[in-house]
Every structure is written in structure tokens, then in C-alpha cells.
Write a protein that binds this ligand. Structure first.
Ligand code: DQA
Length: 146
């Protein structure tokens, strides 16, 4: 039983990138926290990050029949149609995370082309949102199994 934690462009810079928006926790720390929570909840967590949309698409395909995916698509959320189609194409439930409250920011961040095909959406909770999203993925997966 495996969950994919997938982070998109620029999230490798977490910790130093715009701390007012994204805090000072590094991506490695986020991955460690989500992996630890996964252990408590009985799932393995595989972590991946890419700055390239096609690689994110490949990662989603590889996880198509896993328990689910926690994904921060970064800016691709706002215009990444190939990413959206990949989420739509796979069986595994995908919960989208944004660290910042995108609705309190520039207008171009208010649109998500990916959100309509996700199993859930978390924004504005800081990096804690990743833990919320993991819990939501497991709840959605349990619902599907019935
Ligand atoms: C982000 C929000 C996006 O608008 C931005 O492009 C990011 C990070 C977030 O986690 O708040 O890269 O996804």
C-alpha cells in the first residue's frame, strides 16, 4: 500500500523560497513528516519532485493503481492541461495541495485547471496541508474500496 507525494516546479527550493508565502520548512522536512504520518497510518510514501510537467505526468502514470497521490502541482495548477489530463486518466485519487492561500494572491493563481479532476483540494494551511491531504487521500481510497 503506497502513496505518492509529488511536488512540482520550484518546490525543491522550499525553505528558502519566499518564506513569507511558503515558510521555512524544507522539502526534505515535508517529505520526512508525510512519510512518518504514512507510517502511523499504515502506508508507504514514495516522494518525488520535478520541475518538468512531462516528468510529473510520468510519475502519475506510474502511480495509477497506487492508494493515492498527494500533489502540489505548483504553477502547473494554473495552466497545466497535460497534468490535469493525467490526474483525470488515473484510478488513484489525487488530493491537490497549495501551501499558500492562492486566493489571497495574484488573480492568475485563483484558477486551478487541475482542481476539478482531483479528489480533494487543500490550500492556505502551510506545509501542514500535506498532512491533511494524506489523511484525505486515505479516506477517499477507503471510500472507493467500500
Ligand atoms: C503553490 C502556489 C502556486 O501558485 C505557485 O506557483 C507555487 C506554489 C503553493 O504551494 O502555494 O509554486 O503551489
Amino acid at each position: 500500500r503506497t502513496v505518492l507525494l509529488l511536488n512540482g516546479p520550484n518546490l525543491n527550493l522550499l525553505g528558502t523560497r519566499d518564506p513569507a508565502q511558503y515558510g521555512t520548512t524544507t522539502l526534505a522536512e515535508v517529505e520526512a513528516r508525510v512519510t512518518a504520518l504514512g507510517g502511523e497510518l499504515g502506508v508507504d510514501v514514495v516522494c518525488a519532485q520535478s520541475n518538468t510537467e512531462g516528468i510529473l505526468v510520468d510519475r502519475l502514470h506510474a502511480a495509477r493503481d497506487w492508494v493515492g497521490v498527494v500533489m502540489n502541482p505548483g504553477a502547473y495548477a494554473h495552466y497545466g492541461i497535460a497534468l490535469r489530463d493525467a490526474i483525470d486518466a488515473i484510478e488513484a485519487p489525487v488530493v491537490e495541495v497549495h501551501i499558500s492561500n492562492v486566493y489571497a494572491r495574484e488573480a492568475f493563481r485563483h484558477t486551478s485547471v487541475t482542481a476539478p479532476v482531483t479528489a480533494g483540494y487543500v490550500a492556505g494551511c502551510g506545509v501542514f496541508g500535506y498532512e491533511l491531504a494524506l489523511r484525505a487521500v486515505l479516506d477517499r481510497a477507503a471510500e472507493r474500496r467500500g
